[in-house]
Design a protein around this ligand. Structure first.
Ligand SMILES: [Zn+2]
Ligand SMILES: [Zn+2]
Ligand SMILES: [Zn+2]
Length: 343
């Protein structure tokens, strides 16, 4: 088998799912098309932005004149903490099962500056963001009713981000959502079978092979995972085995700021535009159980494929069969690595 030529499928060791890879179709040259997408630069302060300091949000609440990060409960929260936990199985046949989902949705502004992004903020400016994530993760995770805390950022209009102001969301839920639940099962299964952690073993393999690595520092690696679905997908993993931000020691907080900045700055060079993506941290569930199998990591899922305007769609066979990609993870990693080295 030639993974550089033969159509093949790859298994995601973190979820057990598969992706179809068709490298023979990726004959188009890479840098061919750099669309001149108009990226109007944002002002430092936008009087109509509901996240800028001092501005009023829907419902009339006014943001404080914050100087660093700012956290508030989402005005349009998808979840409510006062929801009572209940399960319903109409007729008891498992056909119409409902479970209520109590939870908390918050917004975290990264900076008072409307025009910045993780890519354009300095590492010193990202540090307070990581500090806020750690505080929020601990505070929400410690709550009795919360069993899982998801921190995520949607960046760019293409990802449905409604506001360019640098911010992320935290949804704290009573259930463990689908994606981390799959990873929980896969990590437990690997630990049972091999007596080791799947991501510890995987990162060690990637450090040896060096073909899918993009960036690294003392505490974290950023790589295009072997099973990547999105063209320029990146997995950030801690080098040390631990489950969540609660377990950071030494310089790990700072190292995370550094690698987040490096990854997002590299992304912006791919098509010379602010790169859209959804990113988020997968941390051990806050369900009161010890999770020795869980390995702290983050995913970046960017939709762009060949230019600033050509995005990947998950349609057709991908909706009905399985995800598919042309450019291999190895080629995407080489491209990102090359850009990461350029200042
Ligand atoms: Zn703003
Ligand atoms: Zn591990
Ligand atoms: Zn994950």
């Amino acid at each position: 088998m030639k993974v550089t030529e033969d159509p093949h499928r790859r298994r995601n060791a973190l979820t057990g799912e598969w992706v179809l890879v068709s490298p023979h179709r990726a004959t188009r040259p890479w840098q061919g098309e750099v669309a001149q997408l108009k990226t109007a630069s944002e002002p430092q302060y936008d009087p109509s932005c509901y996240l800028c300091p001092g501005n009023a949000r829907v419902g009339g609440v006014r943001n404080p004149d914050y100087a660093s990060t700012f956290v508030f409960d989402n005005d349009f929260a998808a979840l409510k903490p006062q929801t009572v936990r209940e399960r319903l199985d109409v007729e008891g046949k498992g056909l119409l099962i409902t479970e209520t989902e109590p939870g908390i949705c918050r917004v975290i502004c990264f900076s008072p500056r409307h025009d910045l992004t993780l890519a354009t903020m300095s590492v010193d400016e990202i540090d307070p963001v990581v500090k806020t994530w750690r505080e929020q993760f601990r505070e929400l995770g410690d709550r009795e009713a919360v069993n899982y805390v998801q921190i995520f950022e949607n960046r760019g209009a293409m990802m449905g981000a409604s506001n360019p102001h640098p911010h992320c969301q935290i949804w704290a839920t009573a259930s463990i959502p689908q994606e981390p639940a799959k990873e929980l099962a896969a990590q437990q299964e690997y630990a049972k079978t091999h007596g080791r952690c799947v991501l510890c073993d995987y990162v060690e393999l990637e450090e040896r092979e060096q073909v899918r690595m993009v960036l690294e520092n003392a505490d974290f690696v950023a790589l295009v995972p072997f099973w990547a679905v999105w063209p320029f997908e990146i997995l950030i993993s801690s080098k040390r085995h631990f489950g969540s931000m609660n377990d950071f020691t030494g310089n790990e907080s700072r190292s995370l700021s550094e690698i987040l900045h490096a990854v997002t700055a590299t992304y912006d060079k791919v098509f010379s535009v602010p790169f859209p993506y959804s990113m988020g941290f997968h941390q051990s569930p806050s369900d009161g159980n010890a999770h020795p199998e869980w390995h702290f990591h983050a995913h970046f899922y960017p939709p762009l494929l060949r230019s600033a305007t050509v995005r990947k769609f998950m349609v057709g066979f991908e909706m009905l069969g399985m995800p598919q990609r042309d450019i291999t993870a190895e080629i995407a990693a080489a491209r990102l690595r090359e850009l990461a080295g350029k200042s």
